[in-house]
Design a protein around this ligand. Structure first.
Ligand code: SF4
Length: 236
């Protein structure tokens, strides 16, 4: 059980009637049931990355690669007091900035990416993080995953489904996609998840992957969608 910013302890326990003949359900109906259960288990799910605006979320998301959200939040607590605008990041002293973000790992590459992306934001978008996928993808180091996190969470724009390592694993275990390429997995998920649920479903799947459907040892006994899952990785 984990406390998140919303002060909800995930996953919320609730009773549900197990689906009979779940194997015979058409895919979209099974997904509908999965999403309804995840809604109950992870109400109000959102990112665990502390941020107050789209710029901060973009920076935090870049820093979160191969790093825990807790560690990122520790770093950004002081970082965001010093760097407040895209211009502040764009003109940061690279060596100094590298040391400031060092605890998040891969600090040289991350510093380069943040400085390059914010330079582009200053030059082409008047210092504001853009609001379309097309524009987001022009930022150096920003791919669909980061763009979807920022557009969905900071702006409420459903641009796609966030496919991180947890969503990737869940998509396979729930037989929602057989693809390996995150872009193709995202397309499969966009086909079966209604657009108005892309943002929340992304967060809910990420929390579910973190807390229950863990890579090495999924906690299937505690899983609210166990009856709807036919993964060979199931532990019960
Ligand atoms: S039943 Fe197990 S493998 Fe399937 S989604 Fe739940 S935790 Fe993951």
């Amino acid at each position: 059980m984990v406390e998140v910013a919303s002060q909800v302890t995930f996953p919320v326990k609730f009773s549900f009637r197990r689906s009979k003949n779940a194997r015979k359900l058409p895919l979209k109906q099974r997904v509908k049931k999965i999403l309804a259960r995840l809604d109950k288990a992870y109400p109000g799910a959102t990112t665990a990355l502390a941020h107050q605006n789209a710029l901060q979320l973009l920076v935090a998301t870049i820093l979160s690669a191969q790093c825990t959200d807790e560690r990122v939040n520790q770093v950004t607590r002081t970082l965001f007091q010093k760097y407040r605008t895209a211009k502040d990041f764009a003109y940061a002293n690279p060596a100094e900035f590298e040391q400031e973000i060092r605890p998040t790992g891969f600090f040289r590459n991350k510093a380069k990416a943040i400085i390059a992306a914010t330079k582009k934001i200053v030059a082409d978008f008047a210092g504001n993080v853009p609001r379309t996928m097309e524009e987001m993808l022009t930022l150096p180091g920003v791919a669909r995953k980061t763009a979807n996190v920022v557009l969905g969470t900071a702006y409420g724009i459903p641009s796609g489904v966030v496919v991180d390592t947890h969503v990737h694993r869940l998509a396979h275990r729930l037989h929602l996609s057989r693809q390996k390429d995150p872009k193709k997995i995202e397309l499969d998920l966009m086909r079966v998840i209604p657009k108005n649920q892309w943002i929340f479903a992304s967060h809910q799947m990420i929390w579910h992957g973190r807390l229950i459907c863990q890579a090495r040892q999924p906690r299937c006994l505690a899983c609210p969608i166990e009856d709807l899952c036919f993964s060979k990785d199931k532990t019960i």
